[in-house]
Design a protein around this ligand. Structure first.
Ligand SMILES: Cc1cc2nc3c(=O)[nH]c(=O)nc-3n(C[C@H](O)[C@H](O)[C@H](O)COP(=O)(O)O)c2cc1C
Length: 376
């Protein structure tokens, strides 16, 4: 059967017209502008919370306070701009994780995506009773079936509630990756191989608890044909980020977006981030200088990441990413997914969503076997 439209995606009581989640992108790449545009176009828009205080440098506030003030502002602005579904991405490794989670719950964000570590705790004072009543939905970001099992089992036992969805992020994603360097090109860790593992783990929770828990595939999904492929593999939706950078509404500067348009496949490389994880980025002079051993002096304003040793790191990743967001690429660099070289122009979000829909429709007309041949 050829579907005229992509199927809806239901996460708990949230209903999306399109099964597309725009992945959270820090620092400041996906804020209320991009998130609300995606939500208005029928997808799920995600505001990234990473170091938002750095974008408030003019203000006299301390970073920790500025982070929360800016976060509330972004959430409220997004809600004013759309009646669609808007989420928030929080990294578990942030040192103000508890405050961020509290803010998200207070602001009644539709859904929080929890990445860069396994989310196994709630802020102090959150009793099981309180956790059960939280309206906000939750979705951990994992890179294996094992990680999904740990999170869901722990939540069920400790919080009397399980997350409403799970994102499986493979090694082709942009930004920090949940893989060791030698796993990135190992076929065992391909998204196509880890999605079925996670689906299997989640199926046992679905069966026992009698509810649907959508599995969302992420990392390297670029076209409507890719979306079809992962839905056919059993995912309920996809999370895409790289393609949303190349939109008018993306909250990064034009120079950041142009780095995507201009890069070639060989410019996209894996870097060692001070966070202690590999990351995927577009090579530039800043990356070359750091690789050559140059130290980039900085003052750690607040220890934003639990895993960062600011005394030994050659540069501040939050500063570097915040500079890139503003277009000061000599002082930083752009994170990007493995497909960023395929970006050739900047378009409105609605045009991108329409393109994905028509690519999805056309891909269904190709017989499954020839689809595989096309991808090879
Ligand atoms: C510029 C950029 C910044 C990102 N920042 C974050 C982040 O702060 N937190 C996070 O969980 N994922 C981050 N990601 C990962 C995306 O949310 C997404 O899951 C992934 O990139 C999907 O793969 P794709 O870019 O190939 O579509 C980032 C990705 C990009 C391209």
């Amino acid at each position: 059967m050829v579907l005229d439209k992509m199927p809806q995606l239901k996460i708990g009581d949230l209903v999306l017209e399109k099964p597309i989640i725009q992945g959270g992108m820090g620092v400041g790449i996906s804020l209320s502008g991009l998130a609300s545009a995606v939500a208005n176009a029928g997808g799920l828009g995600v505001i990234s919370y990473v170091a938002l205080g750095l974008l408030e440098q003019e203000s006299k506030m301390k970073y920790r306070e500025a982070n929360i003030v800016r976060l509330r502002r972004e959430i409220r602005t997004a809600k004013q701009k759309t009646n669609g579904v808007v989420g928030l991405n929080i990294m578990v490794a942030m040192s103000d994780y508890n405050e961020l989670l509290k803010t998200a719950v207070e602001e009644e964000v539709d859904i929080v995506f929890l990445g860069a570590g396994l989310p196994l705790r709630f802020p102090k004072g959150y009793t099981v009773d309180k956790i059960k009543k939280i309206k906000t939905h939750f979705a951990p970001i994992v890179s294996s079936g094992r990680a999904a099992q740990i999170v869901f089992q722990y939540w069920e036992k400790s919080f009397g509630r399980i997350p409403e969805a799970v994102v499986v992020e493979g090694p082709k994603a942009g930004g920090h990756l949940g893989f060791k360097k030698d796993q990135i090109d190992n076929p065992d860790f391909k998204l196509e191989n880890i999605v079925p593992d996670v689906i299997e783990v989640i199926a046992s929770f679905e069966k026992r608890l009698g509810k649907k828990i959508p599995v969302i595939a992420a990392g390297g999904i670029f076209t409507g044909a890719d979306i079809l492929k992962f839905l056919e593999l059993g995912a309920s939706g996809v999370q895409m980020a790289t393609r949303f950078v190349a939109t008018d509404e993306c909250d990064a500067s034009d120079l950041f977006k142009q780095a995507y348009v201009q890069c070639k496949e060989e410019d996209i490389e894996i870097i060692e981030s001070p966070v202690g994880l590999p990351g995927r980025a577009i090579r530039n002079s800043f990356i070359e200088e750091v690789k050559a051993g140059e130290q980039k002096p900085f003052q750690c304003s607040w220890k934003c990441l639990k895993t960062c040793d600011y005394r030994t790191t050659p540069y501040c990743i939050a500063d570097a990413l915040a500079y890139a967001q503003k277009g000061e690429l000599l002082k930083g660099f752009t994170f990007a997914g493995s497909n960023a070289f395929k970006v050739d122009k900047i378009i409105p979000v609605q045009t991108l969503m329409d393109t994905l829909e028509s690519e999805f429709r056309n891909a269904q007309k190709v017989k499954p076997k020839s689809r595989v041949a096309l991808e090879a």
